[in-house]
Design a protein around this ligand. Structure first.
Ligand code: GRF
Length: 198
C-alpha cells in the first residue's frame, strides 16, 4: 500500500513513520512520497535523508483548488494519505479523490480541543488529561470518524509545549500502528470508488 505523507513543519511524526518502515513495522505500507505546502519544512529534509521522494508545493499565491490539483497530481500513485502535521484544510475537491482514505493525527482527545494549538487549549481549560486522536479526515475541521485514541496526563507545571511533547511521544507510537493496521486490513477504510460526477 503506497502512502503519501503530507507535512508542514518539523516532521517528527513523519520520522516515526520512516523509522517504523525501516524497522519493517509498517506491514504492507510503504512511504511513496512526502509533500509539504511549506518549502522550508524540516520534514522535507527528513524525507530526503531517508531516500524518499520529497516535493514542496507552496500554497501561497495559489487558489485552493489549484493547490489541491497539484497535491492530487503528486499523489497519483498513492492509496492512503497521511496528514502528519499538515496545516492546510482540505476541501471535498481533494477528499473525494481519496474516498475516505485520508487520515490525520491530532494532539487532543477529539472531540475535545479541535483546531489550532490543542495542547494550549487543554492547558487553558485546566484539563487533567489530553491525548492523541488518529481519525479519518472529512470536510469538517478535526471532526471525521475516530480510528484510535491514547490518553496522556496533564501534569502540574505543564505548559502547552511540555504537554505537546508528551502527546507527540504517544502519537509517534500510535500513528505508525494505525497505518500498519490499515495496510494489513485490520482497519478497513472505504475503498476507492469512481470519482464523483461533477
Ligand atoms: C503533531 O503534534 C500533530 O498532531 C499536529 O501537528 C504536530 C506536528 O508535529 N497536527 P510534527 O511536524 O510531526 O513534529
Amino acid at each position: 500500500m503506497n502512502l503519501g505523507v503530507l507535512v508542514s513543519g518539523t516532521g517528527t511524526n513523519l520520522q516515526a513513520l520512516l523509522d517504523a518502515e525501516a524497522r519493517g513495522e509498517l506491514g504492507a505500507a510503504r512511504i511513496a512520497i512526502v509533500i509539504s505546502n511549506n518549502p522550508g519544512a524540516a520534514a522535507l529534509a527528513r524525507a530526503t535523508a531517508a531516500g524518499k521522494p520529497a516535493l514542496a508545493i507552496d500554497h501561497r499565491g495559489l487558489a485552493r483548488m489549484a493547490f489541491e490539483d497539484l497535491l492530487i497530481a503528486g499523489l497519483r500513485e498513492v492509496e492512503l494519505v497521511v496528514l502528519a502535521g499538515f496545516m492546510r484544510v482540505l476541501t471535498p475537491h481533494f477528499l473525494d479523490r481519496f474516498a475516505g482514505r485520508v487520515i490525520n493525527t491530532h494532539p487532543s482527545l477529539l472531540p475535545a480541543f479541535p483546531g489550532m494549538d490543542a495542547p494550549g487549549q487543554a492547558i487553558a481549560a485546566g484539563a487533567k488529561e489530553s491525548g492523541v486522536t488518529v481519525h479519518v479526515v472529512d470536510a469538517s475541521v478535526d471532526g471525521g470518524p475516530v480510528l484510535a485514541q491514547v490518553a496522556v496526563p496533564v501534569v502540574a507545571g505543564d505548559t502547552a509545549e511540555t504537554l505537546h511533547l508528551r502527546i507527540q511521544a504517544a502519537e509517534h507510537v500510535l500513528l505508525p500502528r494505525i497505518v500498519r493496521e490499515i495496510a494489513d486490513g485490520r482497519i478497513v477504510l472505504a475503498s476507492p470508488g469512481p470519482p464523483r460526477a461533477e
